[in-house]
Design a protein around this ligand. Sequence first.
Ligand SMILES: C[S@@+](CC[C@H](N)C(=O)[O-])C[C@H]1O[C@@H](n2cnc3c(N)ncnc32)[C@H](O)[C@@H]1O
Length: 403
Amino acid sequence: MAAKASPARALALKALITWSRDPESHLEQHLKGLPDPKDLDLAYTICRGVLKEKTFLQKVVGRYLARKGKNLPLPVELILLLSFYQRLFLEKIPNYAVVFDAVELCKEKKPVFSNLVNAVLRNLDRDLKSGFDPQKEPMTLEERYSHPKELIDLIKEETKDEATTEQILKWDNAKPKAFLRKRNGSCEECLDVKAAVQSDDFKSGKIYFMQLWSQEVANAAPVKDGATVLDLCAAPGGKSLALLDRAKIKLTACDFSETRLAQLKENFARLGYENAPNITIKQLDARKASQAFPPESFDLVLLDAPCSSLGTIQRNPELRWRFKKEQLAEYAALQREILTSAKELVAPQGYLLYSVCSFAEAEREAADLLRQDKTWTLVKEKLTYPGEQDSFDGGYYSLWQKN
Ligand SMILES: C[S@@+](CC[C@H](N)C(=O)[O-])C[C@H]1O[C@@H](n2cnc3c(N)ncnc32)[C@H](O)[C@@H]1O
């Protein structure tokens, strides 16, 4: 029988080819169909790694292609990138497995390039054995941290500081940590996500996953027993759940997306809130919120607005490749429109909490509508860059009280 590449690397290549042809798609949706979870894990690690280190890997691969021209067919380029990623970043994977699978994959996709792939990988191995360290090669920020120039320029513009810019780029490429929140509001790092998901505590809703920044936003909301709370962009429900645990509130949780509302319902049910009398779940376009509820009918409105998510690139490596600066203005317009509607629903002496998981100034500007309006008093406000606070994503929130 003919030799074949391992299922993990074959799936990784297939997913990377599909994603490269449609970078707006989600990588995860292409990573399916392997019976052995270990294979799926490896495919996932390789794909995420290649997306995180893409420009860096291209630069190192390019070093070996200099004399042969760099215009390789997409599958061949990706075979080299995923093989280089394994050799340079995954310590436990033996060289022979990487080379064997790379050549087998190439034979399947573009056989005429198999000798080239074989030669490049053997040359890399030889160089690594004689002390070559690609991290020590001179590189631009774009190459070292694999972020598009447009995004690096934006980060520089936002931070106005080279050291902070580099810190953010570095943080975006670091390994993300997961955190578990308990029902009493305490929180701990989760070292084994798979084990946590299979644990009785998770299944019975005693713990749930929530990033530190999201927890900080949820903790900033003033809630007390009996308060009426509207969460306008609530799905998949993390902050709503934290609020429900903090006080006996009457919650209305809304979102535009039916798919995300289904996730919210699943999360609520796992924590024991299925059919809870104090919770209403509603599909709603938050831009029309003021038409959906009586004016001034909530003690707290949480507006965790749709945004560019620039503060979460560490956990979503594809985001950087989709970044387009003009989208910030589009998000800013949407955020302003939602906030304009949302503020009508806050009761006198009630609160509005505005938040985004982005540090871009354009996405903080919606809050200026309240800053310029004497009806509102700023209670507190926070901006944090990714990684500025240990293990926190980047984000912004401001809490306002209606006079
Ligand atoms: C940052 S996420 C919310 C995260 C959520 N608050 C949590 O803590 O789990 C933003 C949400 O806004 C929703 N969204 C986008 N446009 C919307 C709109 N016009 N009206 C209501 N929700 C919208 C998205 O579906 C998404 O679920």
